[in-house]
Design a binder for this molecule. Structure first.
Ligand code: NAD
Ligand code: MG
Length: 386
């Protein structure tokens, strides 16, 4: 029986995780749930999964939930504040941590879970993009196991050789990209797209931030950085191809010409179940692929002119050091601005580019460097908003 902490339990990845976990009550126990503030959803989850503890970043909603649960006689404790998320990630009863908070807010708890030697199931790509070398070091020193949940990186994880040192035969990895909702939109119409259109992903159902990232292709830019860090690859060993069906989740090419791919229905429950059971396999509830029905798999080159965010992500990967942290922070501010109607869609790349040219650079010495680069980039991005 493995004890689980699910950080970001009320989000899209959180819901998919709980769906898989609920299918295997004999294998997993939900010890802790973490979220920002959505207490309506948390109340339901407490009744259903009876966790020992719930952590909420926002103190007001936490107090309200604690009072509710006390009235109902529930035995679940409620903790409040950003530190509470870190605390539940390191509980001794917790073996596995699902890091599914969105954005930079997920960094402290993800790092803490790694230092505490947990199995870290990493959906929160922003924490890796910001502080990749520090997070990988924490995994190593803490004796943690890091399993990527991002479907592309989970696919690569599945296609890589298992034997230590065998990576020598890997020539490159290929990340697939659906192309998002605006794959076929003419460039001149992109400035006018609305947040609703940007969040309506043709294949994946996800939270609003990553949906916008998928529409700008910044998601693929972040994933490019993520791939370099996770698998120790140089940027020239990572390629991106468009694949609108999102059936091939990514590929690994070997020196002998073999190209190994992982295929499956576009449903996050597959990588989540893979990470939960690894190295075993368990049912995830995902529909099995009918290849005859799929019939056709298409691949194409991404258009970096129409989607400059991908090129910005690739440039940040090449620059390394603090640049990815600055780009990530600028993107978070720009996406918030776009969702709030303050910035148009094509403005997102412009804000990121302006921060990239003026923001922090140089190597990452410590977590303080990362947090400073993040703060500075946010300030520069806010200045750049119209
Ligand atoms: P979401 O918006 O649906 O959910 C976000 C979760 O984070 C919520 O539970 C929210 O309460 C919590 N949260 C937000 N700010 C917080 C804070 N300050 N403190 C504590 N909790 C906070 O997002 P999502 O789509 O589930 O994505 C989560 C992460 O997984 C992101 O990093 C995303 O890039 C990554 N990811 C998601 C998908 C997907 O299919 N949704 C796929 C790959 C990777
Ligand atoms: Mg992905």
């Amino acid at each position: 029986m493995k004890g689980l902490a699910i950080l970001g339990a009320t989000g899209s990845v959180g819901a998919s995780t709980l769906d898989v976990v609920a299918r295997h009550p004999d294998r997993f126990r939900v010890v802790a749930l973490g979220a920002q503030r959505s207490i309506g959803r948390l109340r339901e989850l407490v009744v259903r999964f009876e966790p020992d503890v719930v952590a909420l970043a926002d103190p007001g909603p936490a107090q309200e939930l604690a009072a509710d649960l006390a009235r109902a006689g529930a035995r679940t404790r409620v903790l409040a504040g950003a530190d509470a998320l870190t605390a539940i990630a390191t509980l001794p009863e917790v073996d596995f941590v699902m890091a599914a908070i969105v954005g930079a807010a997920g960094l402290p708890s993800t790092l803490a879970a790694a230092r505490a030697g947990k199995r870290v199931m990493l959906a929160n790509k922003e924490s890796l993009v910001m502080a990749g070398p520090l997070l990988m070091q924490a995994v190593h020193e803490g004796g943690a196991t890091l399993i990527p949940i991002d479907s592309e990186h989970n696919a690569i994880f599945q296609c890589l050789p298992r034997a230590a040192g065998a990576c020598a035969g890997v020539r490159r990895v290929v990340l697939t990209a659906s192309g998002g909702p605006f794959r076929n939109r003419p460039r001149e119409t992109l400035a006018a797209v609305t947040p609703e259109e940007a969040c309506a992903h043709p294949v994946w159902s996800m939270g609003p931030k990553i949906s916008v990232d998928s529409a700008t292709l910044m998601n693929k830019g972040l994933e490019f950085i993520e791939a370099c860090l996770l698998f120790g690859l140089r940027p020239d060993q990572v390629d991106v191809v468009l694949h609108p069906q999102s059936i091939v989740h990514s590929l690994v090419e070997y020196a002998d010409g073999s190209l190994l791919a992982q295929l499956g229905a576009p449903d996050m429950r597959t990588p989540i179940a893979c990470a939960l059971a690894w190295p075993e396999r368990i049912a995830s509830g995902v529909e099995f692929l009918d290849l005859v029905k799929v019939a056709r798999l298409e691949f194409g080159a991404p258009d970096l002119e129409r989607f400059p965010c991908l090129a910005l992500g690739q440039a940040a990967a090449r620059a390394g050091g603090l640049v990815p942290a600055a780009v990530n922070a600028a993107n978070e501010v720009a996406v918030e601005g776009f969702l709030a109607g303050r910035l148009n869609f094509t403005g997102i790349a412009k804000v990121i580019e302006s921060v990239m040219t003026r923001g922090a650079r140089g190597p990452i010495g410590s977590i303080d460097d990362v947090l400073r680069a993040d703060r500075e980039a946010r300030a520069l991005a806010r200045e750049a908003l119209p």
